[in-house]
Design a binder for this molecule. Structure first.
Ligand code: NAI
Length: 324
């Protein structure tokens, strides 16, 4: 039996975690031969609810689940963590402006970044799910100066998976037939799901779908999918978000042949200068991700990539004073 790995989850009594924690404990993230210890963080008013989640986790009698820590202390939750999934965030309240939301979350993610810096494994891999995910990931990484900024990532995989399914359904194919999907930029309505490099069953996507459908239907549908789910379900996407978080971490840790989209520190690739967490196409191997280089970018794509970059720079400007 392998040694257990420690997985911290924040917002552990929330909707996403209600799916996420159980799937991780059952081995969906790191494999059916990898024991895990769950380290669950909540705020004090949610500790009763968190205890209920712990009771249910215990009642599942998961063979891989070695131990559960439930706490409202970030230093305890991140202690020796090998993986950290930062799901808990402050939702937008009545009358709250975008800037207020950014600031409220900046306060949470700066504290958690510092706690990760001071307590987690030196090889910790961090995924930020809580919105605004890219800027929250930036804040956490800026507050963890002893770790590499590249250890912090933001979740774009739900957008990536949504885009794959929209294309597969339109082309009358299965999602397994879709390759080289890319979602660039921010996890927000400015994100750019790009079909220019995408193939379906080995053929260029544009051999199977019309350009007009792409621009006026596909892009807005993917960008607005979160809102469409809230409208239909009366609650935000939770199980699909948890599934995407598992896909992201599994591929990062165990590798994948697929090109996937991850929010990572911009490094100048594709003209996106450092200072923001931008979603790029990456491949993952040996526990590391690498940006896919050398893709041609036409004028249409350039404009879309720049618009979502500009939004991330505006978000950064709103929290600049908290970046240290
Ligand atoms: P939820 O409201 O059901 O759960 C959030 C939990 O976080 C609550 O239990 C709350 O008590 C906890 N929390 C708040 N502040 C905390 C702190 N400082 N430390 C620890 N826990 C804290 O929300 P849900 O549905 O689970 O969503 C969580 C976040 O994920 C939201 O910000 C949502 O917008 C975001 N999200 C991101 C997606 C992405 O693709 N990046 C997709 C879907 C949701």
């Amino acid at each position: 039996m392998k040694d257990p790995v420690r997985i911290a989850i924040t917002g552990a009594a929330g909707q996403i975690s209600y799916s996420l924690a159980f799937r991780i404990a059952s081995g969906d993230m790191l494999g059916k031969d990898q024991p895990v210890i769950l380290q669950l963080l909540e705020i004090p008013p949610a500790m009763d609810a968190l205890n209920g989640v712990v009771m249910e986790l215990n009642d599942c009698a998961f063979p891989l689940l070695q131990d559960i820590v439930a706490t409202d202390d970030a230093n305890v939750a991140f202690k020796d963590a090998d993986f950290a999934l930062l799901v808990g965030a402050r939702p937008r309240g009545p009358g709250m402006e975008r800037k207020d939301l950014l600031e409220a979350n900046a306060a949470i993610f700066s504290v958690q970044g510092k706690a990760i810096n001071d307590n987690a494994s030196r090889d910790v891999r961090v995924l930020v799910v809580g919105n605004p995910a890219n800027t929250n990931a930036l804040i956490a990484s800026c507050n963890a100066p002893d770790l590499d900024a590249g250890q912090f990532t933001a979740m774009m995989r739900l957008d990536h998976n949504r885009a794959k399914t929209q294309l597969a359904q339109k082309a009358g194919k299965h999602v397994n037939d879709v390759e080289q999907m890319i979602v660039w930029g921010n996890h927000s309505a400015t994100q750019y799901p790009d079909l220019a490099h995408c193939k379906v069953a080995g053929k260029p996507a544009f051999d199977l779908v019309e350009r007009d459908w792409y621009e006026s239907d596909f892009i807005p549908t993917v960008q607005q999918r979160g809102a469409a789910i809230i409208k239909a379900r009366g609650a935000s996407s939770a199980a699909s978000a948890a599934s995407a978080a598992i896909d992201h971490m599994r591929d990062w840790a165990l590798g994948t042949d697929e090109v996937v989209s991850m929010g990572i520190p911009a490094d100048g690739s594709y003209g996106v200068e450092p200072g923001i967490m931008y979603s790029y196409p990456v491949t993952c191997k040996g526990g590391k991700y690498e940006i896919v280089q050398g893709l041609e970018v036409d004028e249409f794509s350039r404009g879309r990539m720049k618009a979502t970059e500009d939004e991330l720079r505006e978000e950064r400007a709103a929290v600049e004073h908290l970046l240290g």
